[in-house]
Ligand binder design. Structure first.
Ligand code: ZN
Ligand code: ZN
Length: 350
């Protein structure tokens, strides 16, 4: 298989590692719309810029980059500084080609679909756009940084950018997967007061305590509404749901204070059903959040900085796998054995 030279606004990146994220599996299973096959998936790449297109001044060969979601930079929402809601998001991330329908991967025998999240990072080399290849500090371990481009950014960004959790505020997080645990680490970094983790997996709940959860609730064993009331009788400032489950979302909403905010990132397969009537009079806000409302050129370097300062130890969520063990990594992610697998793809020396 061959790969194109980078176009004017593109970069060629030698991939060092790539995280795996549920969206890879969702695309495999046709849950993100019709996925054309064969396709190169992978959308949490980290690597080193090898070549840049003629119009790229922001990056140069040798730069360490994290690859994030694709956005156009030109539509109404991009112009508002909100690239995670780009009007071209579906085409640039799930289309299986560039927006103009062309591919960067070629095979003599058949079409190969690519440009997944404008990167297709389960590969030794990737073509990305200059907008979604984000330069990061060379002091940080490059092979760990890919998940900052999607899963970790989604949880941390929701807490820091969307909900803007400040010191002493209280938050309930449902779902102790990579996104929920990244939210927990971010809440701790923001010096939140009470941080409650809700899940059904006892090991994950214990682990969230190690990461800084002040309280844990196993929703399989207890009445969540009562348990939350006991922890904070006056209610919570924030809720954050990564599960898309109606019962968990409603349990948290029922325990929010007036003017509380609830962030939702879990894309549910069932319609979301919320008894909004009683929340209207309390001024409660329900926020749909994509990719943690991240402006990647600002937020990804910010997370790297927080990691280097010891305030955001997201590496605790990661387990590394060799490239040939990618199927095992996916299996371990789906079974819940591993929180965030990272596939080591290319050599690099720090
Ligand atoms: Zn756009
Ligand atoms: Zn993802």
């Amino acid at each position: 298989m061959s790969l194109d030279e980078p176009r004017e606004d593109e970069v060629l990146v030698r991939i060092v590692a790539s995280g795996t994220c549920h969206t890879d599996m969702a695309a495999r299973d046709q849950q993100t719309g019709p996925t054309p096959f064969p396709i190169v998936l992978g959308h949490e790449g980290s690597g080193i810029v090898e070549k840049v297109g003629a119009g790229v001044t922001e990056l140069k060969p040798g730069d360490h980059v994290v690859l994030t979601f694709g956005f156009c930079g030109e539509c109404y929402t991009c112009q508002q500084g909100k690239p995670t809601y780009c009007e071209n998001f579906p085409g640039l991330n799930f289309g299986g080609s560039r927006l103009d329908g062309s591919h960067s991967h070629h095979d003599h025998h058949h079409d190969v679909f690519d440009n997944f999240f404008s990167q297709s990072s389960f590969a030794t080399y990737a073509i990305a756009n200059k907008r979604n290849a984000i330069k990061v500090s060379e002091k940080a371990p490059l092979e760990l940084l890919g998940p900052l481009g999607c899963g970790i950014q989604t949880g941390a960004g929701a807490v820091i950018n969307s909900l803007k959790v400040s010191p002493g505020k209280t938050i309930v997080i449902s779902g102790a997967g990579a996104v929920g645990l990244a939210a927990l680490l971010a809440a701790k970094a923001c010096s939140a007061g009470k941080i409650v983790m809700v899940d059904i997996n006892e090991d994950r709940l214990e682990f969230s305590k190690e990461l800084g959860a002040t309280h844990i609730i196993n929703s399989r064993n207890v009445d969540v509404i009562e348990a939350l009331k006991e922890i904070s009788p006056k209610g919570f400032d924030f809720g954050f749901d990564t599960t898309g489950r109606n019962d968990l979302i409603n349990n948290t909403l029922a325990n929010l204070k007036s003017l509380g905010q609830m962030g939702i990132v879990g894309v549910a397969t069932k319609p979301l059903e919320v008894e909004m009537n009683s929340y209207v009079l309390k001024g409660i806000k329900l926020l749909g959040i994509v990719e943690g409302d991240s402006v990647p050129t600002e937020f990804i370097p910010q997370m790297v900085e927080m990691y280097l300062n010891g305030q955001f130890p997201f590496d605790k969520l990661i387990k590394k796998y060799k490239f040939e063990d990618i199927n095992q990594a996916i299996e371990d992610s789906e079974s819940g054995k591993t929180i965030k697998p990272v596939i080591l793809i290319g050599e690099y020396k720090n």
